[in-house]
Ligand binder design. Sequence first.
Ligand code: KG4
Ligand code: ZN
Length: 342
Amino acid sequence: MNNQPVLILGIETSCDETAAAVVKDGKEILSNLVSSQVELHARYGGVVPEIASRHHLSMINPLIDEAMQEAGVSFNDLQAIAVAHGPGLVGALLVGVATAKALAYARRLPLIAVNHLEAHLYANHLDAEEISYPAVNLIVSGGHTELLLIETPGRTISLGHTRDDAAGEAFDKVARVLDLGYPGGPLIDKLAKEGDPEAIDFPRAWLGEEGRFDFSFSGLKTAVINHLHRARQRNQEVNMPDLVASFQEALVDVLVEKTIQAACAYQASSVLMSGGVAANSHLRKHMAARLNSALPAITLRYPPPELCTDNAAMIAAAAYPRYRQKEFAGLDLNAYPGLGLG
Ligand code: KG4
Ligand code: ZN
């Protein structure tokens, strides 16, 4: 392959964000557009799959046009079309997959299938310096909580994952019980700044199993709900900022300590964070402080907030090594709602 720049159009429709982006050489963002459906789903307190699919359908074509225009490129300038084909909501994924297949066929461009979770890892490659390996990567999103060891790019080993709720799901469910709104993560992040994180000692599930780094957040969620019910039964005033700050502290504490233990155990050179919850200000601060005191030689990296949550630039970035390896998908590509890593 020659040294001509590689321009990839990325398409993402796995959940409630319709996104299109053009990325050069897997690193440089030329455009990155996201149409969020948050307001459509907020009144239901969570994502309604049918509404998500319909909205993707009406947004995807204009969004791709806009992403191409903003990048200043035409289809003739592209080398490939990349799309997230799982995990996610099947109807939502299918909109992106069908669009990408039609474009690849009509424009005679290679089609690249990208795992949405793997793409979250690649968010750390965008507009950023080279990563030093081995790296421990914590993916914390609405659907997933995974701790991974990346020995070298493409060689990824799962160290642990959640056994019940994902970290973002715990934020969203607690926010729903407290009537704070949807999605709960950013709202709790903000409200917690006014509270005392040590006001209530919520349980931390350490699951001390040798060699595993699994998580569990459903006990913590139940403890928050029980605390609220008890206070209401006794007609006691609930201090919301203290409650959410203490919940966030317990959840972040476990994420940070397990990541640090894994970084120690595998002598990592970097710790990376990605996924929507990696935008959490307390997690960022706490992880930086603990790493600084426990393992000061390790570099901590996380994407800017807009690249932590779902976007298509990360899809195009993850497709770049596949393009180099000529790992192309056929036009019979399907959507895989339960697609895992590895
Ligand atoms: O990665 P993402 O956009 O979608 C999935 O692939 O799931 O993550 C969305 C999740 C939601 O649960 C949302 O509440 C959470 O990320 N989130 C946050 C913050 N921003 C988004 N959680 C905590 N603090 C935040 N600042
Ligand atoms: Zn995601």
